[in-house]
Write a protein that binds this ligand. Structure first.
Ligand code: UDP
Length: 337
């Protein structure tokens, strides 16, 4: 069986991808330092996958420990999620972001290279497109960044491209995520943000369950149909399956690829609120607040390349995203705690 190293394995996207990989017949070796996730996810992965998780608590910055694990487990390929992801926090602590995200990436690549592993899936982000010039956004669109977090994704890509140029044994999938939301259909694993959620759907979920009073809608005067921001929300299990598809291609010998993972459809903040109210049967009171600095009016993916290269297309719609998020939220009102 093919063995995959999964870094950031207990985080939001990592934990869902773990299940998708097992489902697709891969063996998974997970690592995480629990800097933004909880050990409590592991028994749930065990139950849902029907298999005892192979896991080591480890900071990917510890190249020696990671390299020893890659050797011991005879890893064939890696999916690298381990990174910090809060834009606001990255502006307060840019150096911590550079160190953790870029340092962690370099360390992980070194640990793999030391063991002759050159097959790699990198978590990138639609944030690398900055303010899009045209919609939908193709992979060939110009790249720019507006904050330290975005810079770590853009420079992460650049670093890896230079690595493959110097050593063509590397084959890398650069996956640019749009807005991952929702949860595993079981409602037993999901997104469990620490403190106040930065992102829309977990915030809406906490308003619906009564943990927070009202949503602040950031901006009601954007040049969009209802004046609120438009994003390409993609179900986290679709995203997870996109990783499986990319990994399969690489393991089959495909060249490196840079691919958007989104639905290709934009939804406004108010559309999300209404869909969540329908899914939950709860009210989500909101106020229109000032725009959030750095936000773009609209952002959604050109998904043609994903379909052509990976044979992958997001299957779950906004209603399913909200229903699955609500199942997770209502079964676990306080997250994993
Ligand atoms: N948003 C909002 N209120 C919130 C959080 C987000 O109105 O409490 C809006 C935000 O302005 C954007 C959309 O919801 O238009 C998605 O924001 P999110 O932070 O989830 O993702 P982003 O695309 O900014 O990375």
């Amino acid at each position: 069986m093919t063995k995959i190293l999964l870094t950031g394995a207990t985080g939001y996207i990592g934990s869902h991808t773990w299940l998708a990989l097992v489902d697709a017949g891969f063996e998974v070796v997970g690592v995480d330092d629990f800097s933004n996730s909880a050990p409590a996810v592991l028994p749930r992965i065990a139950r849902l996958s029907g298999r005892e998780p192979v896991f080591e608590r480890l900071d990917v910055g510890d190249t020696a420990a990671l390299s020893a694990l890659v050797a011991r487990e005879r890893i064939d390929a890696a999916v690298h999620f381990a990174a910090s992801k809060a834009v606001g926090e990255s502006m307060e602590q840019p150096l911590a972001y550079f160190r953790n995200n870029l340092g962690g990436l370099i360390s992980t690549a070194q640990a793999l290279q030391a063991n002759g592993v050159h097959c790699f899936v990198f978590s990138s982000s639609a944030t690398v497109y900055g303010t899009p010039e045209a919609l939908p956004i193709p992979e060939s669109a110009p790249l720019s960044t507006a904050n330290p977090y975005g810079l770590t994704k853009l420079h992460g890509e650049q670093l890896l491209r230079e690595l493959e140029r110097c050593d063509p044994r590397w084959r890398i999938a650069y996956l640019r995520y749009f807005n991952p939301v929702g949860a595993h259909e079981s409602g037993d694993i999901g997104e469990d943000p620490r403190g106040t959620p930065n992102n829309l759907m977990p915030y809406v979920a906490q308003v619906a369950i009564g943990r927070r009073e009202r949503l602040q809608v950031f901006g009601g005067d954007y040049p969009t149909p209802d004046g609120t921001g438009v994003r390409d929300y993609v179900h986290v299990m679709d995203l997870a399956e996109g990783h499986v598809a990319a990994l399969r291609r690489l393991l089959d010998g495909a060249d490196s690829m840079t691919v958007n993972l989104g639905t290709g459809r934009g939804h406004s903040v108010l559309e999300v609120v209404r869909a969540y109210e329908r899914a939950s049967g709860r009210r989500v009171p909101y106020d229109i607040a000032p725009r959030r600095p750095g936000d773009v009016a609209a952002c959604y993916a050109d998904v043609g390349l994903a379909a052509r290269l990976l044979g992958w297309r997001a299957r779950r719609d906004l209603a399913a995203m909200c229903e699955d998020s609500w199942r997770w939220q209502s079964k676990n009102p306080q997250g994993y705690a």
